[in-house]
Design a protein around this ligand. Sequence first.
Ligand SMILES: Cc1cc2nc3c(=O)[nH]c(=O)nc-3n(C[C@H](O)[C@H](O)[C@H](O)COP(=O)(O)OP(=O)(O)OC[C@H]3O[C@@H](n4cnc5c(N)ncnc54)[C@H](O)[C@@H]3O)c2cc1C
Ligand SMILES: *[C@@H]1O[C@H](CO)[C@@H](O)[C@H](O)[C@H]1NC(C)=O
Ligand SMILES: *[C@@H]1O[C@H](CO)[C@@H](O)[C@H](O)[C@H]1NC(C)=O
Ligand SMILES: *[C@@H]1O[C@H](CO)[C@@H](O)[C@H](O)[C@H]1NC(C)=O
Ligand SMILES: *[C@@H]1O[C@H](CO)[C@@H](O)[C@H](O)[C@H]1NC(C)=O
Ligand SMILES: *[C@@H]1O[C@H](CO)[C@@H](O)[C@H](O)[C@H]1NC(C)=O
Length: 504
Amino acid sequence: MGRILAPLACLVASASAGANSLLKHDSFSTVHSVSTGCRQACSELSSSFGPAFHWPQNDNFTIWDAKQQEVHPACRVEPSSANDVASILRILVDHWCYFSVKGGGHSRNPGDSNSLGGVTVDLDRLSSVDILEGGTQARVGGGATTIQVYEALETQNLSFVGGRVGSVGVGGFILGGGTSPFSNKYGWSLDNVYEYEVVLANGTITIASETNNPDLYFALRGGGNNFGIVTTFTVRAFPQGPLFTSMTTYAANQSNQVLEKVYDLWTDEQLASDKAMGYDLYYTYISESDEFTLSGTQRYGKAVRSPSVFRSIDRIPTLSRSTSIGPMSQVVDGTDSMGTTRHLFATLSVAPSRSLLSKGLKIFEEEVEGIKGVAGLIPNFICYPLQKNAIAAMAQRGGNALGIDREDPLIIILISTAWSKKSDDVAVNQMTANVVKRLNATANDLGVANRYKYINYASAAQTSAIFPGYGNKNVERLVSIQKAVDPRGIFTSKGLWRGFVKLL
Ligand SMILES: Cc1cc2nc3c(=O)[nH]c(=O)nc-3n(C[C@H](O)[C@H](O)[C@H](O)COP(=O)(O)OP(=O)(O)OC[C@H]3O[C@@H](n4cnc5c(N)ncnc54)[C@H](O)[C@@H]3O)c2cc1C
Ligand SMILES: *[C@@H]1O[C@H](CO)[C@@H](O)[C@H](O)[C@H]1NC(C)=O
Ligand SMILES: *[C@@H]1O[C@H](CO)[C@@H](O)[C@H](O)[C@H]1NC(C)=O
Ligand SMILES: *[C@@H]1O[C@H](CO)[C@@H](O)[C@H](O)[C@H]1NC(C)=O
Ligand SMILES: *[C@@H]1O[C@H](CO)[C@@H](O)[C@H](O)[C@H]1NC(C)=O
Ligand SMILES: *[C@@H]1O[C@H](CO)[C@@H](O)[C@H](O)[C@H]1NC(C)=O
């Protein structure tokens, strides 16, 4: 039970729920033919990269999602510097060989970060963390994981705007958004980057900051993998001691009260103005007991035992409560199983609505009802706010690309499901699509729909709707920047780097 309640542990738990043995029999490899160009590129890379080069036959590479694990690249290479990345890119372009770039590898679609028959450029060796400017900044490698950064900064009692799970890469996380327990105070991760070191499509290594390449700097704040390969992020670092986390579960007869208080936490001016506060809401189907469980994760950025901001919600009786005070490296979930569980995320955003919350849980229950037979099933309805403070931070240093056009909070909804067998992919996709469609229809009825969808939570079915959600003006600007930095379209869906969410 405790494991299921850990932040996003839903995604982690099923792998240890006995599904693994089933999976071994049911999964099969997705084989893609390798082009002559890629064969040549791989042999060239193999001679220059030595132990940092891997043919698939003798590679024990693992990646988070089973669907990405099933993919077979032509080869995998691990650059150790921006120069390495630039020379790899030149080889790939010379031979016109498809590739994917892997940061922490937590995407869910085949080809997002493990290449379908092309080269997987694995940034895992780019994981250095250097503390700069007297501890106010950190330069972080483009392939670092969340836990690596937390641990390095904590040696100096510092932290950064990082995520909730240790194995997630800062690369994909920061390029798409990056929501954090610290977001109410500092904003999303993409608004806390001072400088990007980036390798462009032609192999040029450049710096994007507010003053150097400001257009590219804007584009990298939300533009995902469409502009370049980021080799370092220079991010805000800040003094941070241990913080408070409390995970609670509630009986079904308390749901209404809980939703009431959660809604207050997210919308009440006074409560929400306590910038140390964060609250994530989960509604999870637990197959073992055949029931839906409402739970919440409270966070408070200080070593305070029962922070008063949660006083009201803490009066509601719980089924369980586990409380801790510790640094982020201990609070995050770091023990992810790799490559054995299938995952689907899908998302939408809405203006806060108490009514949508209850209706949303009901819709989720009804749709999950139809797929309860799916092996290893762990479906979650997760939401948390993009707070006013975080929205305000989006306007700093020339603004970001997300096009969030409001002052008031927005609720990010994530439908996240884990399961075991490929034969259930269709059922889970359908359930998820139904939930999103019905939530959106309900949001429209209630007048709380919003165009924004968080790129890092998008399903494959949603990829074409992501950039339109940034608004026309931003899309036009992003397109013109893309064309300027990558005139041959190497990083577009017509070029060589096609996975994830493409602008063009
Ligand atoms: C268990 C789990 C927990 C999560 N928790 C949070 C959370 O708390 N907050 C939140 O906001 N999101 C969270 N996410 C979502 C997460 O931000 C995205 O899945 C993100 O894309 C993962 O980045 P990655 O580097 O691990 O993945 P990858 O699959 O390696 O990368 C995602 C995409 O970005 C590209 N990319 C990665 N690094 C670089 C780089 N350096 N330069 C250029 N392109 C790059 C890749 O090519 C790929 O297309 C979570 C996801 C999971 C699975
Ligand atoms: C497998 O990976 C580990 C670390 O991830 C490494 O130490 C080991 O040498 C690898 N083995 C092979 C056969 O490549
Ligand atoms: C970090 O904080 C702890 C506890 O306050 C303190 O003992 C330690 O000296 C600090 N470390 C550094 C490097 O400042
Ligand atoms: C609510 O449900 C719990 C557990 O299911 C039960 O113990 C409790 O008595 C119920 N409370 C009320 C007020 O019905
Ligand atoms: C949500 O509703 C709006 C307005 O009706 C529509 O334009 C949009 O395509 C819908 N999105 C989804 C994901 O269904
Ligand atoms: C590489 O592309 C950038 C962006 O378009 C351009 O400024 C630069 O001059 C190019 N470099 C070379 C060597 O062509």
